[in-house]
Design a protein. Structure first.
Length: 259
């Protein structure tokens, strides 16, 4: 049976219809928006596992050094270290600052042979004049002008011998000569050696604090001073009675009392 052209077209159309219908349905479904709702389901939190760390060795507490509550600087730490020298090391010499310790007291001298010749000569002349009771003999030793012996802290105008007699308890100056003799027979000190102020000073009490005096020294002190004079000097802070100074060249520098 021969199929006509129209018959073949009809059969082809019938065969393709289901496929076209399926394609159209699929396209419609793809272009149709469906209303949806997103539901979030919370997940159970899982703690992060830290990276494995190699365990450090445990140090017992009694092996740890004791630390201060506040950190110390490197200097403080070094100062706190033991000052004990290592075995075989030399110990450092530690100098004491001048402001931490008083200067040493000058040694008390009694032997006049230790004096320079010029000082010894002036010392002997003064003792000789005092023992003779010859006030006038002091005039040549006192001198004149800028190098004259200082007889008063406040300065002196007029005749020096007349001043000494007026200062003495008697009109002839014998009391003052007796004081001069007592002072010159006491121990003496050598001060400011090697300087322009170098001097030999009598008595040594002038440079020694009273609290440093031994019992024997205090007896010597009372040979020159009365108890009242000692108290006055102590209240002032040092010896303020008559003292004598002679320069290394033999010049009689001062014979004064007071502060």
């Amino acid at each position: 049976m021969a199929l006509t052209r129209d018959t073949l077209f009809a059969l082809a159309t019938i065969a393709l219809f289901p496929m076209v219908s399926l394609a159209v349905s699929t396209a419609d479904a793809a272009t149709t928006k469906t209303k949806t709702q997103t539901i979030i389901v919370p997940l159970e939190e899982t703690p992060e596992k830290p990276d494995a760390v190699e365990a450090e060795p445990t140090i017992p507490n009694d092996a740890l050094p004791k630390l201060d509550s506040q950190p110390a600087s490197n200097e403080a730490a070094s100062e706190e270290e033991s000052t004990e020298p290592a075995e075989g090391a030399e110990e450092p010499d530690i100098d004491i600052a001048d402001d931490e310790a008083p200067p040493p007291l000058p040694p008390v001298l009694r032997d006049t042979d230790l004096l320079p010749a010029a000082v010894r000569t002036t010392h002997a002349k003064l003792i000789s004049a005092a023992k003779r009771g010859d006030m006038e003999a002091l005039r040549a030793l006192i001198g004149t002008g800028e190098t004259a012996t200082t007889l008063s802290i406040g300065g002196l105008e007029g005749d020096p011998i007349a001043f000494l007699k007026e200062t003495s308890g008697d009109e002839d100056g014998y009391e003052l000569l007796a004081i001069l003799l007592e002072v010159l027979e006491a121990g003496f000190v050598h001060v400011d050696a090697g300087t322009e102020s170098e001097m030999y000073v009598w008595p040594y009490f002038f440079t020694w604090p009273f609290e440093k005096l031994t019992p024997q020294m205090k007896v010597e002190l009372y040979r020159i001073l009365t108890a009242g004079d000692v108290q006055d000097s102590a209240d002032f802070g040092g010896y303020i009675f008559y003292r004598i100074g002679i320069r290394p060249d033999g010049r009689w520098d001062f014979f004064v009392a007071g502060d």
